[in-house]
Design a protein around this ligand. Structure first.
Ligand SMILES: Cc1cc2nc3c(=O)[nH]c(=O)nc-3n(C[C@H](O)[C@H](O)[C@H](O)COP(=O)(O)OP(=O)(O)OC[C@H]3O[C@@H](n4cnc5c(N)ncnc54)[C@H](O)[C@@H]3O)c2cc1C
Ligand code: SF4
Ligand code: SF4
Length: 438
């Protein structure tokens, strides 16, 4: 029954897609208005009149915004928008199992440089690869993300060109960052660059490269971070408030393993050098409430288009380093070369890992079910879907019963974001509420 329902939804989506194409949107403002923006920055990178910037709304979303006076209706931003989906040439390359993708080898490892390792999110392999490739002159730089200091810490992208600058970008920032806006600046620089980022950011980059193949020579390789979600900036503000720290925040880490064992607690440091920590449960319990809607519609947790994908070592029995290791999925020959370079130079140590245990640890089956449930619920609310919906839904064996998440999705699109109390009360009244609104 559920399989039939999903097939019917796919059919309806295909029909509506045809109508949408005829709607002919001139710029991406509608993407933000419909909560489909994932803040990748691709649109702003290519806008010929600089008509696009980013604005945080009251819910903590950091959405692209169009200055209609500057917009010349060229539609370039719509063509590269990863919130809407994948360029047809990229969609064509979608693996038959889009939730896992092609995996040549599955490994876990850690940087042998103590500074990199201790300052890292999991095992420091992302930074070890980048430092190695910079040192050997194979790349000239990479876009990194750091938390900028201030009363309200916010993530910011920058171009790192040295090993020292790379360290400033370590650790995961679980918040939206339009890193591709720096593509414009990168393009003016000579040389080759590496990409590190979440799947939606990589989708935006691939869309750009298909639209403008002349830029392909600039990309040396891509490192994809596993990504289940970011959180809206309400999460940063909540953690800041709970820490009771005063003054300007100089350092903010969602997880800091230098102050507590891996994966580490929340850490804030102010301009007077005072440090406050919060147990990780404070971060974990707001995750679901403050997940942006677009992350719910994202299938690509394991970043299937990257040369290597890197994440936390969940589900791996024997870790060689108790304070974290990076789990690495080698996907291409280029990716294999990056790891061989690291091993040959002694910059990192690796051991092979059973792929099925790693996938189990990443809860890929749960991800499939959640993706299908959220996507079908969003579609039932008569909302626009990312264009990969048909292909990804068709790849799923329809042996689970999708849940109805319309309440969660309804809450996620409220101007003030998720209201904790209303959310819980509505959760309790779930069945009644759905009857009223359907
Ligand atoms: C938003 C997000 C969600 C994630 N979700 C999961 C998950 O569900 N499961 C899992 O196993 N792993 C997840 N990861 C990956 C994991 O947290 C580590 O990033 C990964 O294991 C690499 O660790 P490392 O020690 O090798 O990296 P480090 O040496 O610490 O380097 C981190 C790198 O990540 C980059 N980076 C940090 N934040 C961002 C950002 N917001 N956008 C783009 N680049 C960024 C930095 O610039 C740096 O290059 C997530 C990462 C992010 C950023
Ligand atoms: S290109 Fe990226 S930042 Fe721009 S509207 Fe689309 S999803 Fe948002
Ligand atoms: S879950 Fe998907 S859409 Fe959300 S930040 Fe991660 S890669 Fe982007």
């Amino acid at each position: 029954m559920e399989a039939l329902r999903t097939l019917w939804l796919i059919h309806k989506f295909t029909k509506e897609k045809e109508c949408e194409l005829m709607e002919n949107y001139k710029n991406i403002q509608f993407v933000s208005d419909e909560f489909l923006c994932n803040s990748c920055g691709a649109c702003a990178a290519l806008c010929p009149t600089d008509a696009i910037d980013f604005k945080e709304n009251r819910a903590g979303y950091f959405f692209a915004r169009v200055d209609e006076d500057k917009c010349i209706d060229c539609e370039i931003c719509v063509e590269v928008c990863s919130g809407l989906g994948l360029h047809p040439a990229v969609l064509d390359k979608l693996p038959s199992n889009p939730f896992v993708g092609q995996i040549e080898k599955c490994m876990a490892g850690y940087s042998t440089d103590d500074d990199i390792y201790n300052n890292s999110q999991s095992g420091g392999i992302v930074t070890a690869v980048l430092a190695n490739q910079l040192r050997t002159g194979k790349i000239d730089g990479v876009i990194q993300v750091k938390m900028a200091s201030g009363k309200l810490p916010r993530a910011q992208a920058f171009i790192a060109k040295s090993a020292e600058e790379l360290k400033g970008g370590q650790k995961s920032k679980y918040c939206p960052v339009p890193i591709l806006t720096l593509f414009k600046e990168l393009n003016k620089c000579e040389g080759k660059y590496a990409f590190v980022g979440t799947a939606c950011q990589l989708h935006g980059l691939l869309n750009i490269l298909e639209r403008y193949p002349k830029y392909k020579a600039k990309l040396a390789f891509s490192i994809g971070l596993f990504c289940e979600r970011v959180m809206t900036y309400k999460a940063v503000d909540y953690l800041l408030k709970r820490s009771h720290i005063q003054g300007s925040i100089e350092e903010f880490a969602f997880k800091d393993k230098s102050i507590s064992p891996y994966p580490g607690d929340v850490m804030l440091k102010n301009d007077r050098g005072e440090i406050r920590t919060l147990p990780s449960k404070k971060r974990i319990w707001i995750k679901d409430l403050l997940t942006p809607l677009r992350c719910r519609l994202c299938f690509d947790k394991l970043n299937v288009f990257a040369d290597i994908s890197v994440g936390d070592p969940h589900g791996i029995g024997s870790l060689h380093k108790t304070n974290g290791e990076s789990l690495v999925l080698i996907r291409t020959s280029k990716g294999a070369g990056l790891i061989e370079d690291l091993i040959a130079s002694g910059d990192a140590a690796f051991h092979e890992v059973d792929m099925n245990s790693a996938l189990k640890g990443q809860l890929i089956e749960t991800k499939k079910q959640d993706w299908l449930s959220f996507s079908n619920s969003w579609f039932k609310m008569d909302k626009r879907m990312p264009d990969f919906y048909t292909k990804v839904a068709a790849s799923i064996q329809h042996n689970y019963k999708p849940k109805d998440y319309r309440i969660e999705l309804y809450c996620a699109t409220k101007p003030k974001g998720a209201f904790v109390d209303i959310f819980i009360i509505m959760g309790l009244l779930r069945k009644k509420f759905i009857k009223v609104f359907s």
